[in-house]
Write a protein that binds this ligand. Structure first.
Ligand SMILES: Cc1cc2nc3c(=O)[nH]c(=O)nc-3n(C[C@H](O)[C@H](O)[C@H](O)COP(=O)(O)O)c2cc1C
Length: 390
């Protein structure tokens, strides 16, 4: 048996040992944007789980590009060394270290999710976390009760573009092999793409082509400073899923432009323009609900894609790859539930050895599997309750 999920993929000079990617998931656990031991252990654990690539959560390109005070950042050279430690450990475990960079736009200046996920109040200000002025293509809030953003001036557009470039350079300095530009979930670059958030009258607003102009400029400038031998990914919200928003064919057109600029993989998420991250009441949730977007972008733009979103088990992931709907499989919350998802996926797809497991685990588990087998054969009753699969 030769599952596609465990086949390698080469993008530019980087070879992923398999198709499993730990999807970027913010942990809101930094101070002043710095990675710390939490990040090392969190991403280290995923790297030990055998995923082909571990993508570190979005790092803000500027302080006001954070969503919350807990977000990672890459707006100064001092941020490089702690992230380099994380990247080096991921690589040491045979996984490819990747980083997403982003700017929250009008969805910044918020509380951490578990502290309320609302706007910053006097309580946070009293402990040194005051609200800040957010920026966006147009002065339109994400939803009622969200911060009122300021429309970005030409000077601010250029300043933010320079911040993206500098963050991309620092990501390379930190040793990441893959970089992803966050163009999704209602954050700054998605806001430019969507007519719901972008009502500018200059060359960055108007029809779909003009709304693409600023995100494409950012991608072009990032590509120019990101090493040519390293792959670049772009995460998109494939559809807005709200009244007046854009649709999948707009994303196919965007993906064609991304490809022309040297983007290697489009990571197909959806939603988020009008509220919390990916939430959109008009987008029904089913298992693998965003896979059709990855398939459409792949076929329509002739570019590799990553499918993500409620992909739960290995068989499901394998079918997406076999159906040529995507080239990579993003695993998000399922990895929070089971950090060893990728290791278990091997067994789900028929592997009966512990090859591919880190030796300090696999050697013992193989030995125990033999013991369990002999106990089963001797009729030793298994404990009542959940049964070991191996
Ligand atoms: C706690 C949490 C944090 C997330 N942070 C990010 C992020 O930093 N960048 C991003 O593009 N998506 C982020 N996402 C979205 C995930 O990457 C993923 O696309 C989403 O959870 C759907 O995949 P899943 O069903 O496998 O979890 C986050 C999701 C969760 C649950």
């Amino acid at each position: 048996m030769n599952p596609r999920l465990f086949s390698s993929l080469t993008l530019r000079s980087v070879s992923l040992p398999n198709r499993i990617v730990i999807s970027p998931m913010s942990t809101y656990s930094s101070e002043d944007g710095f990675a710390n031991d939490w990040h090392l252990v969190n991403y280290g654990k995923f790297a030990q789980s055998g995923a082909g690539m571990v993508m570190v959560e979005t790092a803000a390109v500027s302080p006001d590009g954070r969503g919350t005070y807990g977000d990672l950042g890459l707006w100064s050279d001092d941020h490089v060394a702690p992230l380099a430690r994380v990247a080096a450990f991921i690589r040491s475990q045979g996984s490819v270290p990747a980083l997403q960079i982003g700017h929250s736009g009008r969805k910044g200046s918020m509380q951490r999710p578990w502290e309320g996920y609302g706007v910053l109040t006097d309580v946070e200000a009293a402990r040194g976390e005051p609200a800040w002025q957010t920026v966006a293509p147009s002065a339109i809030a994400a939803a009622d009760g969200w911060p009122e953003p300021m429309e970005m001036s030409r000077r601010e557009l250029e300043e933010v573009a320079l911040a993206w470039e500098a963050a991309a350079r620092r990501a390379a300095d930190a040793g990441f092999d893959v970089l992803e530009v966050h163009c999704a979930h209602g954050y700054l670059l998605h806001e430019f793409l969507s007519p719901v958030a972008n009502q500018r009258s200059d060359e960055y607003g108007g029809d779909a082509t003009r709304r693409m102009a600023y995100p494409l400029e950012i991608v072009k400038r990032v590509r120019a400073v990101w090493p040519a031998e390293k792959p670049l990914m772009c995460r998109v919200s494939s559809v807005d899923g709200v009244e007046g928003g854009y649709d999948i064919e707009d994303t196919v057109a965007f993906a064609r432009e991304l490809k022309a600029l040297g983007v290697d993989v489009v990571d197909c998420s959806s939603g988020g323009i009008s509220g919390f991250a990916t939430v959109s009441s008009r987008l029904p949730r089913t298992y693998g609900h965003q896979v059709p977007y990855a398939a459409r972008v792949r076929a329509g733009a002739g570019i590799s894609t990553m499918a993500v979103g409620l992909i739960i088990n290995a068989q499901q992931a394998e079918e997406v790859l076999e159906g040529e709907q995507a080239d990579l499989i993003g695993i998000g919350r399922e990895a929070l539930h089971n950090p060893n998802w990728a290791l278990h996926a091997r067994h789900e797809l028929g592997q009966d050895t512990f090859d591919g497991w880190p030796a300090p685990y696999g050697w013992w588990l193989a030995k125990r599997a033999r013991l369990i087998k002999s106990m089963d054969e001797a009729g030793v009753p298994r404990p009542v309750g959940h049964q070991h699969v191996y």
